[in-house]
Ligand binder design. Sequence first.
Ligand code: NI
Length: 169
Amino acid sequence: MALLPILCYPDPKLHTVAKPVAEVDTRIRTLISDMLETMHEAKGIGLAATQVDVHERLIVMDVSEQHDDPLVLINPKIVWSSAETHLNEEGCLSVPGIYDGVERFDAVKVEAQDSHGKLRLIEADGLLSVCIQHEMDHLLGKVFVEYLSPLKRKRIKTKMLKAQREARN
Ligand code: NI
C-alpha cells in the first residue's frame, strides 16, 4: 500500500475526462487499495482516480461512521435518478477547506463493477447518493466549485493558489 499525491484545484489535470477501466486486474486492485489508504489518511469519504492523476473510471468511497465499509465503483453509470433534488453542503479533498452548497438528486441507482469485476446495482440515497454524484463528476473532469458562481470560483482559485504557494515555501 502507498499514499498517493492528491491533485489540488485549480490543477488543469483535474479537468481530464477519464476513460473506462478495460480490465479489473492486479494493477487496478493495487490502485484501489492505495486510493482507499489515501482517502482514509486524508479523512475523506470519497476519492476518484482523477484526483490521484489516474484517468480511468474508478471511484472509492466510505461514508460509514466507523470508516470500515469501503465501496468501490468501477465504470459507474447512473441508471436512475430521483425527481427530487436537494442542496447539500459539499467539500472535496482536491479543494481543501472549502465547503459550499450543490444541488444533487436525492437518490440514484448506479450500475458499476466491483473490485472483482462483477457488475452490481447500487441504490443510494442520503450522503452516499451525494458522494456518488460528486465523485462521478470528477471522472468527467468536473470539480464541485464549478457549480458555484464565477465570483465565488475566482475567490476559491485565488485562495487555493496562495495556499499552494505558501506550502511550497
Ligand atoms: Ni471531490
